[in-house]
Design a protein around this ligand. Structure first.
Ligand code: SD4
Length: 299
């Protein structure tokens, strides 16, 4: 093999996603099969309020989902503001495989999902609804850094980004989220946008982002990280460069905000960097699985 085969995922809940993704690879699945299988784990997890089922709703009480999947041959599919489906990542994969488009949103995405045979599910659990009703009492929109690792936190949000590298150096990635808790209706984050929440480039690497999506979208964050790797930076240096760029560009506006980038290159090297301490990611390779805490540029 010319590369170190590995799977990496954002946050503590990335560990369970990595296990599912790795099992899919071991069973003969493709890299796309693996990242899809991994992304489906937090999507279906009722204790995870940042992804899929049981995700926190927008401020009108609707759980709206954003997801993207991509390989290194230029194949990409995404959905945004999709409601009532347990696995937006699988709908995104159908967009990639069955349509001439790269993204479907809202009602059109829903119609497509139904046509593809996906069935609707009520995603707003009583627990998430109670958190929303509690939030309505103050209606203060103030994302809390690293809430994705704090199960049950009132402002729990976030996203899983999952990247895979094969022993042959091929790459794929996926990113799925319920977005920022109590966002405005119609808000779409960085996650489903190519080059923002995810980018994969053959013979270079792959990057994914988490945190306050607006800060990532502003700079096309994942595209920036991949560009830096193309120019020769290691994954960690490429993530660090993008974080420093956000910190400089935004100053006080991001002093309490979290953004984390996670990247791999086509040799199977991994790196991450965050604005604030507390961003974790899971790494699985032939030697097993570990959870790593990323370095941070602030505090
Ligand atoms: C978003 N980036 O919708 C996502 C949310 C997230 O950690 O990653 N939270 O803005």
């Amino acid at each position: 093999p010319k590369s170190r085969a590995l799977i990496v995922s954002t946050w503590d809940f990335g560990a369970a996603a990595n296990d599912a993704a790795y099992a899919r690879l071991q069973a003969g699945g493709s890299l796309l099969d693996a990242v899809e299988a991994g992304a489906k784990v937090p999507e279906a997890d009722p204790s995870n309020h940042s992804v899929g089922y049981s995700g926190y709703p927008d401020r009108e009480g609707h759980v709206t989902l954003d997801a993207i999947i991509m390989d290194d041959r230029g194949n990409v599919g995404a959905v945004a503001a999709l409601e009532d489906f347990m696995h937006p990542i699988s709908v995104a994969r159908r967009v990639m495989e069955k349509t001439p488009h790269t993204m479907l949103v809202g009602e059109g995405a829903r119609q497509f999902a139904l046509e593809q045979g996906f069935t609707t599910t009520r995603l707003l659990t009583p627990e998430a609804e109670a958190a929303w009703r509690e939030w309505l009492k103050t209606s203060e929109y103030k994302p809390v850094a690293n809430s994705e690792n704090l199960r049950g936190s009132a402002l729990d949000h976030d996203t899983i980004g999952i990247l895979a590298c094969g022993a042959d150096g091929r790459l794929a990635g996926a990113c799925t989220t319920s977005g920022m808790a109590f966002k405005l209706r119609g808000r779409i984050g960085d996650s489903p946008q190519s080059g923002c929440g995810l980018l994969v480039e053959a013979a270079v690497g792959a990057a994914t982002a988490t945190g306050v999506g607006e800060e990532v979208t502003r700079i096309a964050g994942s595209a920036r990280v991949v560009s830096s790797m193309r120019a020769g930076l290691s994954p960690i240096d490429a993530c660090h460069e993008a974080i420093l760029h956000i910190a400089k560009l935004r100053g006080d506006a991001v002093k309490d905000a979290q953004v984390g980038f996670l990247a791999i290159n086509s040799l199977g090297e991994v790196g991450a960097y965050a604005l604030q301490p507390g961003f974790t990611y899971a790494v699985t390779d032939t030697a097993g699985r570990t959870t790593v805490t990323a370095a941070a540029s602030l505090k």
